[in-house]
Design a protein around this ligand. Structure first.
Ligand code: WQD
Length: 333
């Protein structure tokens, strides 16, 4: 298939491109490098021996995006382009709503106009809000999202669900990621956000390279085993493989919803300890106030992904920590 990956040079998108190419698909990418670097295109080529067809602009530019639909016989879209940090979204709600919602409306409108009937949307466990029960299944009700980032993901899911109702031949897949971390084993691709990282693992990576002095742990008074936040961390390569299966197996018309998580929850301090043990690098930390918008615990019930996609996360927390450090040593500082 010919697949358009929006945000295809980003952390998730670049790993998805590699897995798509290795599964025999052709890949087209739109990205404006707002949270990625041009050299990622070279790394994708180095890893796969193939070039993606690349367009540099923000998907908000509907005229340019339409040209991509006109120039390429697209079979499927994987929509990764979005701003994605919970903490940052609390400070920049207007940018998050504008960028994330408008880009989705542009893609949906052009899919309808050009008869592209298959989209896999990069959604998030944050749409569940502060879960009443864990592990989370896809039937759990969508919660009161606790931050603008999560709200945009819930709204984008709503937009695409309503579009599918209006265009019954369309297949819309909502992949709800839990917490993607880790990096490609080559050390060529990984998470390298611009500026001070919002997310836990990139922050740990910068403390490990001594670019940052100390990790702030946002609260140790949650109702969790050690008081720090518990999340379902999933290796980004496992996540990327889930996307390939999703565009291949969820091609039937309708709305398909699927959690991509390991089913295991790890606390902030579990991650710090695992990173130190696996890599032999000390991660100094201090306990700080809770971060507004954070929840205590969130992890997946990944049964549906196994039953419907034949997908199970294969990489454990040690590999996530090892691959993160391997990438950081090559790319950070
Ligand atoms: C994880 C834990 C923090 C930074 C993420 C992504 C979002 C979405 C859902 C994919 C929390 C704690 C963090 C730090 C800390 N993923 N923390 N100090 O908030 O669960 O959301 O997953 O779509 O894109 O943002 O991830 O990594 O920010 O936080 O103590 O410097 O680490 O409180 O408990 P979060 P995160």
């Amino acid at each position: 298939m010919k697949v358009l990956v929006t945000g295809g040079t980003g952390y998730i998108g670049s790993h998805v491109c590699v897995e798509l190419i290795q599964a025999g698909h052709d890949v087209v990418v739109i990205d404006d490098f707002s949270n990625s670097k041009p050299e990622v295109l070279d790394y994708i080529k180095e890893l796969t021996g193939k070039e993606v067809k690349f367009y540099e602009f923000n998907v908000l530019d509907k005229e340019k995006t339409e040209k991509v639909f006109q120039e390429n016989e697209l079979d499927s879209i994987i929509h990764c382009a979005a701003f994605k940090a919970v903490g940052e979204s609390m400070k920049k709600p207007i940018e998050y709503y504008t960028n994330n919602l408008m880009s989705t409306l542009v893609i949906a409108d052009l899919m309808k106009k050009y008869g592209v009937n298959n989209i896999v949307f990069s959604s998030s466990a944050t749409v569940y809000g502060d879960p009443e029960i864990v592990p989370l299944t896809e039937n759990c009700k969508l919660g009161e999202t606790t931050n603008p980032y999560g709200s945009t993901k819930a709204m984008m899911e709503r937009i695409l669900t309503d579009v599918q109702r209006a265009v019954p031949t369309m297949s819309v897949t909502l992949l709800r990621y839990f917490n993607p971390i880790g990096a490609h084993e080559s050390g060529l691709l990984g998470e390298d956000p611009k500026g001070i990282p919002n997310n836990l693992m990139p922050y740990i990576m910068k403390v490990a390279t001594r670019e940052l002095e100390c990790l702030g742990v946002f609260g140790d008074d949650y109702d969790t085993p050690d008081g720090t936040g518990v999340r379902d961390y999933i290796h980004v390569v496992d996540l990327a493989k889930g996307h390939v299966l999703a565009i291949e197996k969820y091609a039937t018309p309708g709305v398909h919803i699927c959690n991509l998580g390991t089913g295991k929850g790890y606390s902030v301090l579990d991650i710090v300890k695992a990173f130190q043990q696996v890599n032999g690098v000390e991660i100094p930390y201090v306990i700080k106030e809770r971060r507004p918008g954070d929840i205590a615990t969130c992890y997946a019930d990944p049964t549906r992904a196994k039953e419907e996609l034949g997908w199970v996360a294969e990489k454990g927390i040690e590999e996530m920590c090892r691959d993160s450090w391997n990438f950081a040593k090559k790319h950070m500082k």
